[in-house]
Design a protein around this ligand. Sequence first.
Ligand code: HEM
Ligand code: HEM
Length: 175
Amino acid sequence: MSNPRSLVDTQNSFGWFSIGLHWFATLAIILLWFVGQSISWQSVEQIDARRTLHITIGLIAWLPLIARIIWRYKSGHPHVSGQTLLEHRLAKAAHHLMLLVLLVMLISGPLTAWAMPDHSSLSEFAFIFHSNAAKALAMLVVLHILAALKHLMFHEDETVARIFVPRKDATQDEG
Ligand code: HEM
Ligand code: HEM
């Protein structure tokens, strides 16, 4: 971490900023997913409290999650050495799809909550997006983890390592 440039991404490496945002977002999304899913399992007396817990965590994590999406679009996608252009584009498309679904969740969640008391049909409409996006994101994350495991087991490359620490030989120019 001595090199301040390792804070930001370069052409072949994620910086600490991207790495921190990736793992913060992972924890927040997993927590929000389980708390959100558990709302409907509650008894009538408990359901409001569980919904409020989900909304509170969602609002606390909202800004960093939005920042994480904007940062990825602004900062680009570092190239894994040895990866073909097609593989690079496929990985990039899969990551962008996850971020798009995340954006849908971050808009539809607050809308569901805001419209709940006075605009129940708008709330129900937003909830359809929120609920289906939650399922889609869960499936994409499972595929994403399987892809990471595939790299870990069958490819001798740095794909998994580079989302934990920046490369020592990171190129100096930003990616
Ligand atoms: C990545 C972020 C989020 C994830 C993964 C997530 C996940 C979920 C899940 C799985 C459900 C249950 C869906 C169902 O029953 O089919 C849910 C419901 C809900 N979420 Fe989220 N959520 C996120 C963000 C937010 C945010 C930011 C807000 C608002 C600030 C929010 C507000 C709500 C509300 C109001 C419900 C409906 C609760 C009910 O059943 O009455 N969510 N969420
Ligand atoms: C245990 C869970 C997870 C593991 C093991 C994991 C693993 C990885 C790995 C190895 C990379 C690097 C890929 C590359 O070098 O091109 C990566 C990047 C990425 N992951 Fe995950 N991931 C996890 C959870 C998530 C979740 C929940 C999301 C949901 C949004 C996500 C979205 C992304 C995105 C968008 C990237 C591109 C870089 C970035 O913007 O952070 N990951 N992940």
